[in-house]
Design a protein around this ligand. Structure first.
Ligand code: GAL
Length: 702
């Protein structure tokens, strides 16, 4: 690096060091009292649509507002891509059009959350500051176009952000029709690999490790002689020969990216809280797309909101894929209720459609699924399909012709029902006997080094999640800082990276009577993504009562295991060959040179027990059997009569249950429950064997 560049980089490092510590000091403390979304919306269930008045003739706005009101809509999200319309030239603002749109909507009882428009900076900003755009791992800067093309570490972009966010906040801070803010749009990647980002990463490393000796030791930079003698030598995981990277550096880079995203969010929330302290702040997040650590990020928000598109799932009766994403989002703010900022309003795609069109009735079932998992508000993406741009195929409730189609009437019906149910729902929340541990560090580390090509961290979560859901059991998703003590069962799949605090927490949990399920690739790495020198499963070996001296990555081969009722289950992906130290064997491998060796064990330890699952099964029955065993021992009741494609999910208020029975299939179903309940919408008592038509929902109360 030449002299002037080095000086610039050093200055930037200082700025970033200061900025970083300042940002940390400004972090909002975790909310103690859950945010009440229904009170926030004046006692009404939030029911809305994402609306883009800037893209439609003003003469249409009144008609839109009337149609919205008739559909029961009382909320819109607006503005998140309208930066150029609000600031057509640097420092010149125009909010008159948005004022007029708000006036029309407010007159029809519709309130708004405004999106800060930073996901789509104006062309003039790129023309003036081309380095705002992201540089890819090859050192090539993307050119203008698309969206989310900004470098989180670029100071000109920060300045432009401060200007537009402050101007919006000042203009709308006392507006009675604006109840809150959405920061940006789906904050997350892309990662930027430019010199400014490199300097920011180096500063982040300096804050974390303090000395180069500590960093070199933590990352094991002695390997291939990659020891750093100065902070400025630390690279990014950009394109290297043979695409080789130090996994410790890569994991820290992922954490850095997540922290930078958080820092950028805080940069905006700090401005908004200062200028507009009475308006709530959220962000539209992305469920299973977890490039950002949602748990960290959400410390800075009043409540969680997220974007749900179940059409992306191949089989629409696979309700639990969306179910898991809902529970990840709820878990990311300690199980507080949340809202949907983009609930699927129609089939979608960009160049090609990515899903099948669903019957309108099924959209209603997904709405209820959101509510059943803790949503106290639903806002559809989008009011009307765009006539322009990349998303001409991404359907809103209405199509471009504004015709009152079947989805519109579905929205109307659902809205009416949700308002009727609001007194019952208000103040209720989700209580689950089971938690699934979602470890951002393990996820990121395994993305970089999956071990076998088809290893999917999400699949590990999903397999166990699905088994509990088939049994009608609510599941919370915990993150490493979550309190686990109240759960009867904790499943921690592929806990590849863990620190001592997490090991201690799981130890205490089991010793105090908890049931823990651990799976293959657990305890492999320390918090620096360095492989343990202890016998696997490393820090969990004592708890699990097993030692692993040999494993078999299943490269396109398939195994099988025998056990849990002497059944044969096909397995795949990985085989840990277990040697019990104190555990008892529940299943053994069926094939190959290690046939007969243990694959699944149970260890009674302290007041609790640990199951260690050495492989992944292709058979849902395997998970059902294992979960049934763990549930029996942990006194968790399962309902094994729920038909496939039907979900039973429960909210609770004051110990009383609100049961949602949701049929995602195209045929009528019978769902036996443990007692007869009252239908909350009709007030009539339902039989114990609940009859539920195709694509329909019943909400039951005690
Ligand atoms: C979301 C995004 C929306 C819209 C939608 C459909 O991820 O937040 O702005 O783009 O997808 O593509």
């Amino acid at each position: 690096m030449d002299g002037w560049r080095l000086r610039v980089v050093s200055v930037l490092i200082c700025v970033y060091l200061l900025a970083g510590s300042a940002a940390k000091a400004q972090l909002a403390p975790a909310a103690t009292k859950p945010f009440d979304l229904i009170n926030w919306n004046g006692g009404k269930f939030i029911y809305g649509a994402d609306y883009y008045p800037e893209a439609w003739p003003e003469s249409l706005w009144e008609k839109d507002a009337i149609m919205m009101q008739e559909a029961g809509i009382n909320f819109v999200r607006m503005g998140e891509f309208a930066w150029v319309k609000m600031e057509p030239q640097e420092g010149h603002f125009d909010f008159a059009w948005l004022d007029r749109a708000l006036k029309v909507l407010n007159a029809h009882g519709i309130k708004a959350v405004l999106g800060t428009p930073t996901a789509s900076p104006p062309a003039w900003l790129y023309a003036k500051y081309p380095d705002i755009a992201v540089m890819d791992a090859n050192g090539v800067r993307y050119r203008y176009g698309s969206r989310r093309n900004y470098c989180l570490h670029n100071q000109e972009f920060r300045a432009a952000t401060a200007r537009i966010v402050s101007a919006m906040a000042k203009h709308y801070k006392d507006h009675p029709g604006v109840i809150g803010w959405q920061i940006d749009n789906e904050l997350s990647d892309p990662k930027c690999y430019d010199p400014v980002s490199q300097a920011a990463f180096q500063a982040w490393c300096q804050r974390k490790y303090h000395t180069l000796d500590a960093l070199n030791a933590a990352w094991g930079t002695i390997f291939w002689g990659h020891t750093y003698e100065s902070w400025q030598e630390i690279p990014l995981p950009w394109n290297t020969l043979f695409n080789t990277y130090n996994p410790s550096l890569v994991l820290d880079f992922d954490r850095f990216q997540s922290d930078s995203t958080h820092d950028y969010l805080d940069f905006q929330t700090t401005i908004l809280r200062k200028i507009a302290p009475h308006q709530a702040i959220t962000e539209n997040e992305m469920g299973m797309f977890q490039e950002t650590n949602w748990y960290d990020l959400n410390r800075s928000l009043d409540f969680v909101a997220w974007d749900n598109y179940p059409m992306m799932y191949k089989d629409l009766t696979q309700y639990s894929v969306a179910g898991l994403a809902h529970d990840v989002m709820r878990g990311s703010k300690d199980n507080q209720n949340y809202m949907m900022m983009e609930e699927e309003g129609g089939v979608g795609g960009w160049a090609t459609f990515i899903g099948h069109q669903s019957p309108a009735a099924l959209y209603r079932v997904w709405d209820y699924q959101s509510v059943a998992h803790g949503a106290d508000g639903i806002c559809y993406f989008r009011w009307r399909t765009s006539r322009y741009g990349t998303e001409q195929y991404w359907e809103g409730i209405l199509d471009q012709d504004s015709y009152r189609n079947s989805r519109y009437f579905m929205v109307q019906q659902t809205g009416k029902e949700l308002q009727q149910l609001t007194p019952l729902l208000h103040g209720s929340s989700i209580v689950s006997p089971v938690a699934l541990l979602n470890s951002p560090d393990s996820r990121w580390a395994l993305q970089n080094q999956p071990g076998v090509d088809d290893f999917q961290y999400d699949q590990q979560l999903q397999d166990y999640y699905d088994a509990f859901r088939r049994g009608g059991v609510n599941v919370d998703v915990a993150f490493p800082p979550s309190d686990l003590s109240a759960y009867r069962i904790v499943v921690a799949p592929a806990l590849y990276v863990s620190d001592q605090a997490l090991v201690d927490k799981l130890n205490a949990y089991v010793m105090n009577g908890g049931t823990l399920i651990l799976t293959f690739r657990s305890g492999v790495k320390d918090e620096h993504n360095v492989v343990t020198d202890r016998t696997l499963p490393g820090p969990f070996a004592g708890l699990a009562g097993v030692a692993i001296h040999e494993f078999d990555p299943q490269l396109n081969e398939e195994q099988e295991i025998v056990g849990l009722g002497e059944t044969l289950f096909p397995t795949r992906c990985w085989s840990d060959i277990l040697e019990p130290t104190t555990a008892k064997v529940l299943a053994t491998y069926g094939k190959g040179y290690y046939a007969g060796n243990p694959a699944l064990t149970e260890n009674e330890v302290g007041k609790g027990r640990v199951y260690y699952v050495g492989t992944e099964s292709k058979s849902p029955l395997f998970y059902d059997r294992l979960i049934a065993l763990a549930a029996r021992k942990s006194l968790v009741a399962l309902n094994n009569k729920i038909p496939a494609g039907v979900e039973v999910s429960v909210r609770q208020r004051g110990g009383k249950k609100i049961i949602f029975v949701m049929n995602y299939t195209g045929t009528a179903q019978t769902v036996p429950l443990e007692q007869a309940y009252k239908n909350a919408l009709t007030d009539k008592t339902e039989p114990m064997e609940v009859q539920i038509p195709a694509y329909d929902v019943k909400v039951l109360t005690e």
